[in-house]
Structure formats: structure tokens, C-alpha cells
Design a protein around this ligand. Structure first.
Ligand SMILES: Cc1cc2nc3c(=O)[nH]c(=O)nc-3n(C[C@H](O)[C@H](O)[C@H](O)COP(=O)(O)OP(=O)(O)OC[C@H]3O[C@@H](n4cnc5c(N)ncnc54)[C@H](O)[C@@H]3O)c2cc1C
Length: 382
């Protein structure tokens, strides 16, 4: 492992890898990525459901997704590596008046930013998702440009491209401390040795609050466990079945191999790093799924897992310089949407670090917003 670097990226998930790639592509200097586990992506990236969508309620999130979707769709040109972005679309089912009001407003904002979102009457839903029960659904929103990707494929693309651009990638390199002298970062301490550096990129996802603590900073990112279930093959699953979100119940589902992936963000979960699979949580997912897709009654569970959302109080990412110490840059806190935002997060982080003009105005994502009380909540989170 190098003993000096121009930048040390902490976290070998999709965010750290994308950021390292864009910095290296723009010839920032010597860059080292440190991952504490044996494999890159062992954290939340390998647990993500693969959803990619731009239907958010805040301008910055819509713009982050629109830029990312362009890159996902042209990933080979961007990185030299193949990864499939399956643009089957994303559908939000709305049964409550308060949700309809929120989603109509968001739809207007999305259109004003150039997103090709649509409103669907209940009769139009069956064209995309024929087995979904719609008797209580009053409206749906849909966007064809949204869809699905395999986080492992995109991570691998960024990983190979970063390596080709000279980034040093280390696994089993646990960051245990960060030295600060006269208010400036000087050194990163790891289980594999120390690296002298003036710049740390904190891309440690659900663990990024612990990294910030190493320099005495209070970063508002907390881990929340989220479970998913996949089923065995289903004979009724069409290849074009989109991501479907039942907004009232919080259930989301999409085709996965020849079956379906089911997830639900249990908002009653306490913050913890514990990723045990809880039977009550699994039951909560299956009950909601059966209610919305009754044909799942005969489905068999193939797999299930728990991963961590890296959540902020306003459910929006933190991208920017840590105000209390010179040389720490945060790119974290995506609150369950970091896979879909990774390409744009990598680009805007590179631009900010290198003092360039930003592709997207991300002033709303600054670390200072929490202490200033300037919070605008992203309301379409699942
Ligand atoms: C069940 C589930 C479903 C999801 N579905 C979606 C989805 O459909 N779409 C979407 O966009 N997002 C989804 N997400 C969210 C997405 O997974 C995350 O937002 C994204 O993976 C964050 O990437 P990251 O690189 O910041 O974090 P991670 O992938 O967690 O990477 C951070 C890395 O930092 C490492 N690390 C931590 N501490 C240290 C240390 N001290 N030293 C060295 N390394 C360290 C960790 O081991 C980890 O590998 C989902 C998440 C879950 C849990």
C-alpha cells in the first residue's frame, strides 16, 4: 500500500469507486481507495435493490438522477466497461389523496426539469403491470427512462476503470484513525499501515458518521436496516414488468431473474448496524406483497437479506467539505438512493474537489445545512 497519496477515498462501495474514477480520469494525482471488508461493495452497495429513478420531489435529486440515468445508459462509453441499464420504468401507485397531491406537484416539477414522467389512470396500469391489484388505486405516475441495474455490474465497471486510471484499490484496509494537525488532515491510519495525505474523501456510507467522528466532526448520517426478499421463478412475470411502488404501504417490487424482488422500508426500525434478518420484517414485506399482487400466494421465497440505508434527517445526501477541518470531503447520506445517484455524485464530487464549475447546483446538499437548520425534506423516499 502507498505511504503517501494526494487523496484517500474511504469506502469501496459504488460512491467511493465512482468518485475515485472521476478524480483519476481528470488526473487529480495519486488516489488510494480503502475498503475494510474483503470485497468491494460488501456494504450497502451489494444489498441494493437496483432501482434507478428520477421521480423525486426535490430539484437537486431529480437533477442528480437525470444526469446519472444518462451515464448508466452510456456506461461503456463512460468507463470502457459493460453494465446493463434495463429501462423498464418506475411506477408509483397512489391510493390516498394526500399522496396524489404530493406526486402531482412533484410531477409538475419533474416536467419543468425536462423529465419525461407521465400520469396514468388506473385503466392504463395493466399495460405495464397486469397482475397488480388496482381497485383502490386512483392514479399512478410512471417514467420510462427509469429502470433497473445490477449494482455489482456497475461497481465492477467503476472498479476496473479506476484501476486502469491508476487508482490503488485496497481491501481489508480498515481505517482506524485520521490525524489532524493545525486544523488540517495529515494522515490516515489503517490496519495495513498509515498513509500521509492532505485529502480524505468520506465515502463510507452507513459508517460515514464514524469516519467523521475520527476528526471530531458531527455528520448527520445514521444506519437504518432494510430487508429484501426474492422469490423463485414465477410463471406470470413479464420481462417488461417495471419497478412498482405502492406508496401507501411502502412496498416496492421488480422482476429479478425469473421471479420478483420485494422490499419495504419499515420506517419503525431503530438505527443500528445490526443486519440480522427479522422474521416480523419478512412477514411485513410478504403481507404487503400478497395484498398488492394476490398471485404471489404460491410463490416460494428464494433469498432474503438485510442491508443498511445511510440516512440523513432530510433524506438527502451530504456532498461537500467538512467545515470543521481542512481536507475532509463528504459524499454520503444518500438515504437509500446512493446506487442510482453514484455517477452524478462521483462527477460533482470531482468537480468540487478540483474547484471546477459544477454540473449540478448541489448547494442544498452541503454539510452545513443541518447546523443552519436549512432542511428541505425529500418526500418520495421508500
Ligand atoms: C435493502 C436495500 C435496498 C436498496 N435499494 C436501492 C435501490 O434500489 N436504488 C438505490 O439507488 N439505492 C438503493 N439502496 C441504497 C444503496 O445501497 C446505497 O445508497 C449505496 O449503496 C451507498 O453506496 P456507498 O458506496 O455510499 O456505501 P457502501 O456500499 O456501504 O460503501 C461504503 C463502504 O465503506 C466501507 N467502510 C466503512 N467503514 C470503513 C472503514 N473504517 N475503513 C474502510 N472502509 C470502511 C464499508 O465496508 C463499505 O463497503 C438500497 C439499500 C438497501 C440496504
Amino acid at each position: 500500500m502507498r505511504q503517501t497519496a494526494d487523496a484517500v477515498v474511504i469506502g469501496g462501495g459504488i460512491i467511493g469507486m465512482a468518485t475515485a474514477f472521476y478524480l483519476a480520469r481528470e488526473k487529480f494525482g495519486n488516489i488510494v481507495v480503502l475498503e475494510k471488508e474483503r470485497f468491494f461493495g460488501s456494504g450497502s452497495t451489494s444489498k441494493a435493490a437496483g432501482g434507478i429513478r428520477a421521480q423525486f420531489t426535490t430539484k437537486v435529486n431529480i437533477e442528480m438522477s437525470m444526469l446519472a440515468e444518462k451515464i448508466f445508459a452510456n456506461f461503456k462509453e463512460e468507463t470502457g466497461h459493460d453494465a446493463l441499464y434495463d429501462q423498464v420504468g418506475y411506477m408509483f401507485l397512489l391510493s390516498r389523496d394526500k399522496d396524489i397531491e404530493l406526486f402531482r406537484k412533484a410531477y409538475e416539477l419533474q416536467l419543468s426539469l425536462g423529465l419525461k414522467a407521465e400520469l396514468l389512470e388506473p385503466g392504463q396500469i395493466g399495460k405495464y403491470a397486469p397482475h397488480v391489484r388496482i381497485d383502490d388505486i386512483k392514479l399512478a405516475t410512471f417514467c420510462h427512462d427509469d429502470g433497473l441495474g445490477d449494482p455489482a455490474e456497475f461497481l465492477s465497471g467503476y472498479e476496473h476503470a479506476a484501476r486502469e486510471h491508476g487508482v490503488e484499490l485496497n481491501v481489508e484496509a480498515d481505517v482506524t484513525g485520521i490525524d489532524v494537525e493545525s486544523g488540517k488532515i495529515t494522515r490516515v491510519r489503517t490496519s495495513k499501515g498509515d498513509i500521509a495525505t492532505p485529502l480524505v474523501v468520506n465515502a463510507a456510507g452507513a459508517w460515514s458518521g464514524l469516519i467523521a467522528k475520527m476528526v471530531g466532526a458531527d455528520l448527520k448520517v445514521k444506519p437504518y436496516p432494510r430487508q429484501c426478499v426474492t422469490t423463485a421463478e414465477l410463471d406470470f412475470m413479464e420481462p417488461y414488468f417495471p419497478m412498482v411502488v405502492d406508496v401507501a404501504s411502502g412496498l416496492y417490487c421488480h422482476k429479478e431473474s425469473k421471479g420478483i424482488l420485494l422490499g419495504w422500508a419499515n420506517k419503525d426500525s431503530e438505527s443500528t448496524f445490526d443486519c440480522s434478518i427479522l422474521p416480523d420484517y419478512t412477514d411485513g414485506i410478504l403481507e404487503r406483497a400478497l395484498d398488492r399482487i394476490p398471485q404471489l400466494e404460491t410463490a416460494e421465497v428464494a433469498n432474503q437479506w438485510t442491508g443498511l440505508y445511510e440516512t440523513t434527517p432530510d433524506h438527502r445526501a451530504v456532498i461537500g467539505w467538512e467545515p470543521s477541518v481542512e481536507g475532509m470531503f463528504h459524499v454520503t447520506g444518500f438515504s437509500g438512493h446512493g446506487f442510482m445517484h453514484a455517477p452524478s455524485a462521483g462527477i460533482v464530487s470531482m468537480e468540487m474537489i478540483m474547484g471546477r464549475k459544477l454540473s449540478i447546483d448541489i448547494s442544498d446538499l452541503s454539510p452545513e445545512r443541518f447546523s443552519k437548520g436549512e432542511l428541505v425534506e425529500e418526500q418520495n423516499v421508500i
